[in-house]
Design a protein around this ligand. Structure first.
Ligand SMILES: *Cc1c(COP(=O)(O)O)cnc(C)c1O
Length: 218
């Protein structure tokens, strides 16, 4: 069930930052997602293709679906006809495949490059060095069906707020460096997807423009 009070509280907290709420709907029922929809939410995030597909089928078509979890290359074609934004682009190969599948549908899919900022080894993403080395080769010039709009990252799962601040600050610095060096002329490169239920106030403080919030909404 939707927690209306928390939704409004989060929306009020995001407003001064002009940050976008991506309402994470994983493991939630169609009924609960419709409550979000009726409350005016139109940007929803799912972390698995097999959960996203039936929800896309059953729910109103004016929802902007964002894929936020690890995406296998062979599953891109299942979502390429409708997905608005993919936050979890963690390899050149995946980006190339998204471009190829988007082309089949004559679409442009927004993408965020996921950066590994946490100390845990399980989190996916480019390391900052890998990302800069790759961008140095001008890899996006031939990809016309993806629009790389920014970076995404997840902080370490910890109670240590200083560490979370530090990790988000590093991601913001990397974003600024990428912007300056490789995307200075692209106004569309402007998004920093960081912050979840437990750490979004810190993320906003460190420059997040998109927060991916699930559990706090229900
Ligand atoms: C589940 C998930 C979230 C939301 O997490 P909550 O703690 O429920 O807010 C954000 N980002 C990703 C990639 C997720 O898988």
């Amino acid at each position: 069930m939707l927690n209306h009070q928390n939704l409004h509280l989060i929306q009020q907290q995001l407003a001064p930052y002009n940050a976008q709420l991506v309402a994470v709907t994983k493991k939630q029922s169609i009924e609960t997602i419709l409550q979000l929809y009726d409350a005016g939410v139109r940007v929803m995030g799912e972390n698995k293709v097999q959960e996203l597909l039936p929800k896309y089928e059953q729910l109103p078509k004016d929802i902007d679906w964002h894929l936020i979890g690890h995406l296998q290359t062979n599953k891109v074609k299942q979502i390429a006809s409708f997905v608005k934004c993919i936050h979890s682009v963690d390899s050149p190969k995946l980006l190339t495949e998204i471009d190829k599948q988007a082309k089949q549908h004559n679409r442009i899919i927004k993408c965020l490059l996921q950066v590994h900022i946490a100390t845990e080894e399980t989190k996916f993403g480019f390391t900052p060095d890998e990302l800069l080395l790759w961008l140095e080769q001008n890899p996006l010039s031939n990809l016309h069906h993806v629009s790389v709009i920014g970076l995404m990252g997840m902080a370490t799962f910890t109670n240590n707020k200083t560490q979370i601040h530090h990790e988000f600050k590093q991601l913001k610095q990397l974003f600024d460096e990428c912007k300056k060096r490789y995307f200075a002329l692209q106004d569309s490169f402007c998004e920093l997807s960081m912050g979840m239920s437990d750490d979004y106030p810190i993320a906003l403080n460190e420059g997040s423009t998109m927060v991916r919030i699930g559990s706090l909404l229900y």
